[in-house]
Write a protein that binds this ligand. Sequence first.
Ligand code: PHE
Length: 332
Amino acid sequence: MPTTQSSESVEKLKADATRALRAADSAEQLEAWRVEYLGRKGRLTSVLRALGSLEIKERKAVGAAANRLRTELESLFDERLLQAKSNTAPAGSIDITLPGRKSGSGGLHPSTQMIREITQAFNEMGFQTIEGPEIELERYNFDLLNIPADHPARDQWDTIWVDSDSRSDVLLRTHTSPMQARVMENTDPPIRVVVPGKCYRYESTDATHEWHFNQVEGLAVDEGITFADLKGTLYEFARRIFGPSRKVRFRCDYFPFVEPGVEMSVDWNGEWIEILGAGMVHPKVLKNVGYDSDKYTGFAFGMGPERISMLQNDISDIRHFFRNDLRFLTQF
Ligand code: PHE
């Protein structure tokens, strides 16, 4: 019976078409669906074309049903097509089909890297790493280190004083040497420590001067320590940091808290470059912290890790270290 058959086939067509449409989710699959059902030779079109062979009543009924289905399918199709388009990843979203890429990982600041290299070299020689306060008292930064208020050497350490209503002896440490006094005050010999940390000076800046920078202080105190120990330790340090064939040179220098005082330079392409100050701990300093200066002797040294890093990495301006420019920082 053609009547029943035709109306059934519109029903079946609808069921097939909607199921297939739900399953299609890419633009290509949707286009294939459109061709199969709505295309010129598609299944719905065939039904409409076959209308002519039907009885007039049937023709009306099936024609109306088929046309309703066409409108329905067309709008369903448009809807699915929009969905499929929004499913394709928009710019900037994650495409999980791409091969994996390593994400950028952070690194240690070049000053920190240098500080660690330096302290490790001394750690391996038996020195312990400790830290101290950046906001210091005049007493530790100057007085106990044999630099009284009227001492001209204070000019060497242009000081940033901390404003305070209650006291006038608070400052930002100008070097890490105050930790010499703090350690000795709290500990009996033998002492072997290195002290890395930030220092501050009231200075205008240029390529070789910053108003803040790091230092690494060193201190060894025991019975029978001599200048030969100072030289041997610092020689060994230079070899560990700059390589076994590096030449070093000691020359006299003056620091109020050591006697004798020296500076150590390393040979850099035929030029002597000063990298640290050092000396035997001044007996007055030993007495200031309550040590028996007849029984104990020691040596101390201080160096600037940024300066050493500049030398090693051929950096021409110390201010790069504190500008936070990633083009500089990521080179390390
Ligand atoms: N504190 C001195 C400076 O800042 C360096 C130094 C440390 C010199 C220890 C001798 C001994 O210049």
